[in-house]
Ligand binder design. Structure first.
Ligand code: SAH
Length: 302
């Protein structure tokens, strides 16, 4: 999964109508703007540390960062921008969207400074391991393609994800700050196979076309909380994305945008519904924040 995703992201821009999938930031500026407002508010309530930086993990095309930074600057917060991104193709798109950003391969390479961080649909792309009756499930080369070596009740873990969360939480605990995490997943760990492949126009057989389709797994937020606490940071409750964006004022933002661009009213309204309605992204996606004990919880997640 690690090798497939590394190749997949390194060799294409997978987003949008011509790609394999579309994320929240790509179909509405409201998503990044509300996250930017949330981070700026958190920074103000933390006492406006002048050296605070903006960090994004796996920023895709950089659209969310550009939308968030526009709002943060209006609020008087103009941070240095640090991206953790391994794909050279996506780094190029990010450079066009956010001039002046600095890139890192690893979370541990980030400078020591107070951090306002975003990870949208990042943790789901990190590799998982699956176990059946305590034995790891592996992929073999079989006649006609790839095949799993065993079936049965599956228990998933993600040491890579736990490690990433632990690195973020350690940085926050040491330097102060808050990290917004938005992803699909479940509040409690439970047995089950959540690994999925996306290849336009939708879900695809998992082992087809290795490296040519997006592989993701649902995030076990109980494991995220465990890793965050173990590293000395706090974690807020998990809030469904739709509810969180409503608390952050998406209705007011949609109204203001529609007033400024009456010809786009339908598009703005449908984007708001796609982000918030429980049968669209509103309930499957969840938001939470990890923050240092001396920083406030970001708005809407307290
Ligand atoms: N946040 C963006 C993109 C999500 S896709 C959005 O919401 O649209 C996952 C992103 O994480 C891509 O930018 C991908 O290149 C990056 N990525 C995946 N695995 C990574 C890893 N191990 N280290 C750093 N970046 C990674």
């Amino acid at each position: 999964m690690a090798a497939c995703n590394q190749y997949y992201y390194a060799t294409r821009d997978p987003f949008g109508a011509s790609g394999d999938f579309t994320t929240a930031q790509e179909f509405s500026q409201m998503f990044g703007e509300l996250l930017g407002a949330c981070l700026a508010d958190c920074w103000v309530r933390a006492g406006k540390p002048p050296d605070a930086i903006y960090v994004e993990l796996g920023p895709g095309r950089g659209t969310l960062a550009a939308d968030a930074l526009r709002v943060m600057r209006v609020a008087g917060f103009d941070p240095a921008v640090h991206f953790v991104e391994t794909s050279p193709v996506l780094r190029e798109a990010q450079a066009a969207a956010v001039p002046g950003a600095v890139w890192h391969d690893e979370i541990t390479d980030l400078p020591a400074a107070p951090v306002l961080l975003v990870a949208n649909e990042f943790l789901d792309a990190l590799p998982v391991r699956q176990f059946v009756e305590g034995v790891e499930r592996k992929v073999n080369v079989a006649a006609g393609g790839l095949a799993f070596d065993r079936d049965g009740e599956i228990v998933e873990t993600s040491p890579h994800r736990d490690e990433a969360v632990s690195q973020v939480a350690s940085r926050l605990a040491a330097s102060g700050g808050a990290a917004l995490i938005i992803d699909y997943g479940h509040p409690k760990g439970a047995p089950g196979d959540t690994l999925q492949a996306i290849h336009a126009p939708g879900f695809a057989p998992l082992l087809d076309r290795p490296g040519e389709q997006d592989l993701t797994a649902h995030v076990d937020f109980e494991a995220v909380a465990k890793a965050a606490h173990a590293a000395g940071a706090s974690m807020t409750p998990l809030v469904p994305q739709g509810q969180w964006l409503e608390r952050l004022g998406i209705a007011a933002r949609a109204d203001a945008l529609a007033k400024a661009h009456p010809e786009r009213t339908d598009e703005i309204d449908s984007a708001r519904r796609r982000l918030c309605d429980p049968d669209e992204m509103g309930a499957l996606f969840k938001a939470t924040a990890i923050h240092s004990r001396d920083w406030p919880a970001p708005a809407g997640l307290e």
